[in-house]
Design a protein around this ligand. Structure first.
Ligand code: F6R
Length: 233
């Protein structure tokens, strides 16, 4: 793993942007994308630049089951707001939260097979999750339906009018789907991520820390600020 230490999220966005530019220069056609707070500064750099994705494809990691793309809390909506409306791609795939699980997970695995991801961008959960793959998820899983944990449901409740509206399920690329990317860029900021960063990079490869699977990938770049890197040896 190549580790890039940055001062803050702004500098992280600039470094992440360079990774995207390098991938474009290498002829990348398909980009795997993530939602959450972490990638926003990379998306800001991309939208403020002249890079052209109009002939490129993007494939997002995950989506809440039961939310349509026009729901403000859907990941499709997030991506439109932060990236696609300003920097259009030829084709942008996000799992369809309104489709049934068997159809959607199979469709999504076919999309990934037909459009091999060159660069996959990831954020990191405090418990080491990537995508919606929580600790204990078998590494060999492809795109699948996930039952959200009670703590995730409660944490998400603040974004919804009431807890009853918070989705209990999601569709997510699995670890096996993520590992197919030629290159992976994972970014983490803040002290709350320090344990997960150390476990991902220096701990044993174990399904208890989903991101530790990345130790088995040949081409991973990690961008961390000082606080997130503070527990590395
Ligand atoms: C987002 C995703 C999640 C986040 C992770 C970190 O599509 O799949 O794994 O990357 O929860 O979230 P933030 O960046 O909000 O700390």
């Amino acid at each position: 793993m190549k580790i890039i230490k940055v001062k803050d999220q702004i500098e992280g966005g600039r470094e992440g942007f360079k990774v995207f530019k390098d991938a474009l220069a290498d002829g990348a056609n398909v980009f795997g994308l993530a939602t959450g707070s972490t990638p926003i500064s990379v998306y800001d750099e991309l939208t403020n630049s002249d890079v052209d994705f109009s002939e490129k494809t993007s494939i997002n990691l995950d989506e809440y089951k039961g939310l349509s793309g026009d729901h403000p809390q859907s990941y499709r909506y997030f991506m439109n707001e932060h990236l696609f409306n300003k920097k259009p791609f030829k084709m942008s795939y996000v799992p369809d939260g309104m489709a049934d699980a068997a159809t959607e997970t199979a469709r999504y695995e076919k999309i990934i097979a037909d459009n091999p991801v060159y660069l996959q961008l990831l954020g990191l959960g405090q418990n080491g999750h990537i995508g919606f793959n929580e600790p204990g998820t078998p590494f060999e899983m492809g795109t699948h339906e996930v039952a959200l944990t009670e703590s995730t449901i409660q944490a998400n409740a603040r974004f919804f009018a009431s807890e009853a509206e918070v989705p209990h399920f999601a569709y997510s690329m699995g670890i096996a789907s993520i590992m197919k990317a030629k290159e992976i860029l994972i970014i983490a900021y803040g002290a709350a991520k320090a344990d997960a960063v150390a476990a991902m990079i220096e701990g044993p490869v174990t399904e208890s820390v989903p991101a530790s699977a990345l130790q088995q990938h040949a081409n991973v770049i990690v961008i961390v600020d000082e606080a997130a890197a503070s527990k590395l040896n």
